[in-house]
Ligand binder design. Sequence first.
Ligand code: CTP
Ligand code: MG
Length: 240
Amino acid sequence: HITKGSVVFDNVSFAYPESEEDVVKDINFQVAPGEKLAVIGSTGAGKTSLFQLIPRLYDPTKGKVSVDGSPLSDYSLDELRGSIGYVPQSPLLFTGSVTDNIAWGKDQATTEEIMQAAKDAQIHDTIMQLDDQYETRVGQKGVNLSGGQKQRISIARALIRKPKILMLDDSTSALDLATESRLLDAIDTYQCTMLIITQKITTAMRADRILLMDEGKLLAIGTHTELLASSALYRKIVES
Ligand code: CTP
Ligand code: MG
């Protein structure tokens, strides 16, 4: 079972099945249990591709990813995806109520758990303003929600499982700074390992360490201060 939430990448490379070119190139890093790691890098750098290897949406073409000291292949997909809260870059809601969408995959979720997850994801107040509140239909045949609102419902869906590893792929891009800050404060109380892809340096600086990717490669990993000292690309991003 995944009880600690450590993650190790060992010489990991990855190419999409229909392609020859590695989009993740020989990557090594370790994330300690409870650590918060931000991943930054320009568009197309391979951030999402790297993330997808952890819940095994894809498998590496070379190297090994381990969680809690065991290779991912030691876990069932149900176990992996039950312990890893993965919020994709473009989250999908299905046609159903807000409640159904948050509780998805956790059939026995109570109203209290659903509302707590929504509050922590900073979407509760918005839900309460909808015509039918938590029973409002969303998704393709439901009310139109903004990208940021869908992201937060998708974050609530991840939080309700109390994941050991929470992965946010640019999930706070649409939030204003104050709301994002409240969201990250709430996530702190979950005591999970967090991996967060972000374009915002202020968000990255809230993490314990920052991993900088460029063209599929890990260019640098360390604290904000360390990267300022060691990476010209990082300094360029900070200044821009
Ligand atoms: N790619 C691909 N097939 C896919 C998805 C992505 O070939 N199904 C390629 C993209 O064209 C890109 C590389 O993989 O060259 C890395 O893509 P991605 O991991 O999505 O990059 P991100 O760093 O996540 O970019 P963004 O910030 O735009 O989300
Ligand atoms: Mg991406």
